[in-house]
Design a protein around this ligand. Sequence first.
Ligand code: 13P
Length: 253
Amino acid sequence: MRGKLVVGNWKSNGNLAANAVLLDKLRAVLPAISGVDVAVCVPFPYIAQAQQVLSGSTVAWGAQDVSQFAAGAYTAAVTADMLTDFATKYAIVGHSERRALFAESDSVVAAKFAASNAAGLVPILCVGESLQERESGLAETVIGRQIDAVLSVCGVASLANAVVAYEPVWAIGTGKTASPEQAQAVHAFIRSKIGKLDAVVAAGLKILYGGSVKASNAGELFSQPDIDGGLIGGASLLADDFVAICRAAILRG
Ligand code: 13P
């Protein structure tokens, strides 16, 4: 039994006052919900605020990116060790917005994954195809390449302490969700690909779905055998919606 995990990705949203309201609400409501792991990935400046509000609660916090480098002359880069200083549990690596808008290559993503792993952060490795790639029948080729980049640097054992998130680019922020069957097919592909290298790691690996997950579609998605929860963008900014998605995960735990 892998158990479910629901992670909010706030992206570049929030301010101290709005975060306080949202975090307080999560802290108050989520402990009553057992049977699902929950985390929020906040912008770097608010990691300390998340730690302050969520310490001792059932909700973990994470970052949305991490430097591939250790400490040194890398202006503006936030290292994995800096994040663990704030008891940060997760770091998202390879989000499609980072890949597309900040030109992060597969090898940079693999280096960020390695840096997270080495520091004891749990990397959430995002993979996913564009609409054009899907329509050209290239979804598995692209996702396979994104995963291979990490495997070649870090090895399959590194996935024992990591999470994979399948986020089809065409479903992110578009209101267009992959159907449960479409998502399940990709999740099964990912698990079987890893399973060819290590069956135990594959069986224990949490594979999240992300892309326009809402309270209204979460249950159906989370009912699929290889969907172990969600990486939630827009709906994670609304406490009631996010809590409802967490509840949907428990019912399908
Ligand atoms: P939305 O839920 O807003 O589509 O975003 C998904 C996502 O990119 C989470 O990382």
